[in-house]
Design a protein around this ligand. Structure first.
Ligand code: SME
Length: 158
């Protein structure tokens, strides 16, 4: 049976990531199915931190297509270079958006989203997918989230 995700909410977010990562490693250990693992990572981040939306978009030709996620229903396809996700894919770099209304071309899947971070997952020199995390609070992501979400993404075996 999978364990419930437990994070101590008196800790800093950095300390919470340090608590979460071994729990994610436990969820991934012994399982090679990509969809199962992406689903559990999205669930761990959503239930650990209570973010509005956590999920993956997978590269499919010249588009991203919605993969495993937790949160409200979302747009299914995003073209390369469009929105925060498509821009992160195009640049192959993590984007932290403090205020989604200030990001030109931001794609509003939920009217509640105020800030966002997108991490590209690169394999064999190509972006294979992106992790997208949305918050209903402005300025909810910073360099700490970038470091730890990139670390979590590095655990994904493709
Ligand atoms: N906001 C994203 C679209 C995906 S949803 O937020 C789930 C973007 O601008 O690419």
């Amino acid at each position: 049976m999978a364990e419930d995700i437990v994070l101590d909410n008196t800790l800093t977010r950095e300390q919470q990531y340090q608590q979460l990562i071994p729990q994610i490693e436990g969820l991934l250990s012994g399982e090679t199915n990509l969809i199962a693992n992406l689903g559990n990572i999205a669930a761990a981040l959503k239930s650990g931190f209570g973010f509005l939306w956590v999920g993956f978009y997978l590269v499919d030709g010249d588009e991203l297509v919605l993969g495993p996620f937790q949160g409200p229903p979302a747009c299914t396809r995003i073209r390369k270079g469009k929105g925060v996700c498509g821009t992160s894919w195009d640049k192959a770099e993590t984007l932290v958006v403090n205020d989604v209304d200030a990001f030109p071309g931001h794609i509003a899947c939920s009217s509640l989203s105020r800030s966002e971070i997108v991490v590209p997952i690169v394999r064999n020199d190509k972006v294979a997918m992106v992790l997208d995390v949305d918050s209903e609070h402005l300025n909810n992501f910073n360099a700490t989230d970038k470091i730890y979400l990139e670390k979590i993404c590095s655990l994904i075996q493709i």
